[in-house]
Write a protein that binds this ligand. Structure first.
Ligand SMILES: NC(=O)c1ccc[n+]([C@@H]2O[C@H](COP(=O)([O-])OP(=O)(O)OC[C@H]3O[C@@H](n4cnc5c(N)ncnc54)[C@H](O)[C@@H]3O)[C@@H](O)[C@H]2O)c1
Length: 251
């Protein structure tokens, strides 16, 4: 087991990629804090982990854009399982809109959930990592943050910013035993993507699959495995990197 005895906080773990990561981390021996804006989903994922794993999990509701709520989350997590050693900043939202349709409120929410949320959660756990001289911060970018994405300017801008934040912190904490990396998923097969939400969504998926050299979407397990590698001791010498499971899309 690669994460035995470690406490891991995963934001946005009530569904999708964060849920898969929470499950895998628990299988690898971590005590898992499942944080999500949806209390129902956070608790459901934690309950599922507690039913199937020896490692415990706790589900806590949080809006990562709210400083007090993030600090309260970390306090609650610490009293349950001790200081956070692994943070996966995964909470995110998606929105497909032309630039002319993006309202200032859309823009602000996109920036807040991805950038401010990543900042606040990292800020809340980093002092304990410094004290322990050990820590893993894993941020969530996207191929959109590297290539840009049409009808997706606010999302792509936020994800590109996360890469800058990741590299900066990697430099700042390189001598503190803390690694800071980002995972930038390509197109990942989620129930919503797989079923499609109508002909327009199917067209978008087809468009991307034809540009993926492997001609297939990734799975949540592919992203969870990348998170596990970066969280583990195997990646002790890896920092400031953007690991992008994408089927060759960026080659
Ligand atoms: N699925 C993909 O193809 C893909 C590709 C590239 C990047 N990503 C990124 O991966 C991450 C996870 O995406 P996913 O596909 O699993 O999406 P998802 O919608 O299944 O999961 C995101 C989770 O974040 C939670 N969340 C949203 N706002 C929050 C907030 N303010 N505070 C706390 N929790 C909040 C949601 O409730 C949800 O459970 C996101 O950052 C996303 O941008 C996904």
């Amino acid at each position: 087991m690669r994460l035995s005895g470690k406490t891991a906080l995963i934001t946005g773990a009530g569904s999708g990629l964060g849920q898969a990561t929470a499950q895998l981390f628990a299988q690898e021996g971590a005590r898992v804090v499942v944080a999500d804006i949806s209390q129902r989903r956070a608790q459901a994922v934690a309950a599922e982990i507690n039913d199937t794993n020896a490692s415990p999990a706790i589900g806590i509701q949080v809006d990562v854009t709210q400083r007090q709520a993030v600090n309260a989350l970390v306090d609650q997590a610490k009293s349950a399982y001790g200081p956070i050693r692994i943070l996966v900043n995964n909470a995110g939202i998606a929105q497909i809109k032309d630039l002319l349709d993006i309202t200032p409120e859309d823009w602000q929410r996109m920036i807040d959930v991805h950038m401010k949320g990543t900042f606040l959660c990292t800020r809340a756990v980093i002092e304990d990592m410094i004290a322990a001289q050990w820590g893993r911060v894993i941020n969530t970018a996207s191929v959109a943050g590297m290539t840009g994405g049409p009808q997706n300017a606010h999302y792509a801008a936020a994800k590109a910013a996360i890469i800058g934040f990741t590299r900066s912190l990697a430099l700042e904490y390189a001598r503190s035993g803390i690694t800071v990396n980002a995972v930038a998923p390509g197109l990942i097969e989620m129930p919503m993507v797989k079923q499609g939400t109508g002909p327009a969504a199917e067209k978008v998926v087809d468009f991307f699959i034809r540009r993926i050299p492997m001609r297939q979407m990734g799975t949540p397990g592919d992203i969870a495995a990348a998170h596990l590698y970066l969280a583990s001791d195997d990646a002790a010498y890896v920092t400031g990197q953007v690991l992008s499971p994408n089927g060759g899309y960026l080659v």
